[in-house]
Ligand binder design. Sequence first.
Ligand code: 3DU
Length: 215
Amino acid sequence: MEKKNRLILALDVTDRENALRIANEVSDYVDSIKVGYPLVLGEGLSIVKELVEIAPVIADFKVADIPNTDRLICEHVFNAGAAGIITHGFTGRDSLDSCVKVANEFGTDVYVVTEMSHPGGVEFFRPVAEDIASMAVEAGASGVVAPATRPERVKDIRKIIGEELSIISPGVGAQGGSAADVIRAGADWVIVGRSIYNSDSPAEAAKKICDEMNC
Ligand code: 3DU
């Protein structure tokens, strides 16, 4: 993903019309659009084909299954035109390897969740986040997902993954995290949903976050 604005839009609206309107309004300010279950279950995977005309798409399906099922999911997503996919890592190295293999065939990116940004994200993830980050490096993932609500954890995870992998970081705005703080802590991109798509002016909201990060 080209680093221009350091902002990824989490497009968790559930209908095509709103999705395309918001995506078009913020396209100057975002490097990528993240879509997940809310929009794809609402409109089908074909929405990805439409959104890639506006910006590169990351599919946030938090893939977490056996290697064969993971492979099938990744193939669908990349055939639809997504430039990247978000996977879990707790399912183990063989499952992650399967996703990375498909991504390498398509020339796309795999981002692995380390520790989640919501309060419950510390319950089970905290003790394994570092191990998952190390595994992401060893498996040849493109990057990891780390919590903007805990910039100190982004710092910890950056130490483990080094400079080659990217950190994409959700939790800014509605979840309480600060874009500037988490970029300072070592994130490459922030992922922002509600603060943008629920705003009366998504473009102004996106611009404000960009300005905070000096991009
Ligand atoms: O809180 P927001 O509305 O800005 O949306 C954050 C997005 O990032 C949303 O799509 C959510 O599913 C995703 N996400 C997290 O919030 C936290 C994680 O650890 C991983 C993904």
